[in-house]
Design a binder for this molecule. Structure first.
Ligand SMILES: [Zn+2]
Length: 425
């Protein structure tokens, strides 16, 4: 975000300084970092001065695991949540009672903006457990006055049973699971359009434009597809969320200060695209100052019809973790997904497999076809050839693209892992 955009957030300067001093006073690791960087905290006089402060990374948060970056005594922690830790140890985030109140307020706020009402029946189809998603919505919406159906993820036929029996009006899920629910319902002879769902609130994965189109087709035009964005480090959903007009994720400037940096140089950028850097304003257990999120986003500063003046994340281009580096070319998963879903013959179930052969990267993409087949006929082979050619001209590299019959790629509840990188093995 430009320095001008930070200027836009200058009303947050006093809260920011309070949070900064709190972190400095209560966390030895941060204190050390500030002293090492030779920074005088009293030199932060205007909002743009915050760029003088060092960036924090996920690696920092793992120092003196698990409590190193906490700014409160352990006895004050009311709840733990954690990241999935698929690539190593999970990052464990503590919440004090005050943190939980801050989060509830924020989640109620974003849900109200999405059009969720007190009389809504909300089915939470995301995994309960250490993840922040399910509990964030559960706690907040129950407090707000909604009726909650805590079905968690998995057991899709049962999910559909509850949806039908208890007249679910809001479905909280991930885009891929929403699509899976549609498929299973179809097999059960149920058209999800006939259910009472009016809002599909999706998060925890990227929602690409093409995926949104598919969901809209599946659930019908009446259903509002509303997206939110967050991460465990920042207490879960709420970092960005769409209003009822669903035209980008409004930044939540009540709780955070947002900046953009160049993903390579890590210096502030004037462009509308860059890596998102977050500072919290009210956190007690894990305050973050200039935390580099690893997420590349595009910001939209135009005014929204809803009257909320906070800029919006127009597009989450990708998480640095979702970037595929193959034969020296960098491709975001979201770009591959948009490419795949542009083709009517493809479903949203696909897997990218990366291997090496004699030190050379190889990419294979398996895509479930829209209709069943036992042997590949001419039509399928022709489609494969077409996709391979188009992929090459779009991304500049060759990928072997093959169609597989429907339901042959393993479904994973909760987060979907689309990339299988076998090169590291
Ligand atoms: Zn809006």
């Amino acid at each position: 975000m430009t320095t001008n955009a930070l200027d836009y957030q200058k009303k947050n300067l006093s809260c920011f300084k309070k949070q900064l001093n709190y972190l400095y006073d209560n966390n030895k690791l941060y204190q050390k970092k500030i002293i090492e960087n030779d920074i005088d905290l009293s030199s932060i006089k205007k909002i743009t001065d915050i760029t003088k402060l060092p960036l924090l990374t996920k690696k920092d948060l793992f120092t003196d695991y698990p409590y190193g970056f906490y700014s409160t005594e352990i006895k004050n922690i009311a709840r733990y949540h954690a990241t999935s830790g698929t690539t190593g140890k999970p990052l464990i985030v503590g919440f004090t009672k005050k943190d939980l109140i801050t989060r509830n307020k924020m989640v109620i706020d974003i849900c109200k903006r999405a059009g969720i009402k007190k009389n809504d029946v909300v089915q939470i189809c995301v995994g309960y457990g250490m993840f922040t998603g399910a509990f964030s919505f559960h706690d907040a919406l129950e407090e707000y006055g909604c009726t909650i159906i805590p079905t968690s993820s998995g057991n899709t036929e049962k999910q559909i049973f509850y949806m039908k029996t208890l007249h679910t009006t809001v479905l909280i899920t991930s885009p891929s699971y929403a699509m899976h629910i549609y498929e299973v319902a179809k097999e059960m002879g149920i058209d999800v359009k006939d259910l009472n769902i009016r809002i599909l609130k999706v998060g925890s994965e990227l929602l690409t434009d093409e995926m949104k189109k598919r969901l809209q087709e599946a659930y019908g035009k009446k259903v509002i597809i509303n997206q939110d964005y967050g991460m465990t480090e920042t207490m879960g959903p709420g970092l960005g969320s769409e209003c009822k007009y669903c035209n980008g994720l409004h930044l939540y400037t009540k709780n955070f200060v947002y900046e953009l940096v160049d993903p390579i140089t890590k210096l502030p950028t004037d462009k509308n695209v860059g890596e998102l850097v977050i500072s919290t304003l009210h956190n007690e257990c894990l305050p973050l100052i200039r935390y580099a999120t690893n997420d590349i986003v595009e910001i939209d500063y135009t005014k929204c019809k809803c009257g909320n003046n906070a800029p919006r994340i127009k597009k989450i281009i990708g998480r640095c973790d979702d970037m595929i580096k193959c034969k020296g070319v960098k491709i975001f998963l979201s770009q591959v997904e948009d490419f795949i879903l542009k083709h009517k013959f493809c479903t949203s179930n696909y897997e990218i497999i990366l291997t090496t052969e004699k030190y050379i990267d190889k990419m294979k993409i398996e895509i479930e076809a829209i209709c069943d087949f036992s042997e590949k006929d001419e039509k399928i082979v022709k489609q494969e050839k077409r996709l391979i050619e188009e992929f090459k001209s779009t991304f500049g590299i060759y990928a072997k693209i093959i169609f597989v019959p429907p339901n042959s790629i393993k479904r994973q509840n909760g987060k979907v892992k689309r990339i299988k990188d076998l090169r590291k093995l």
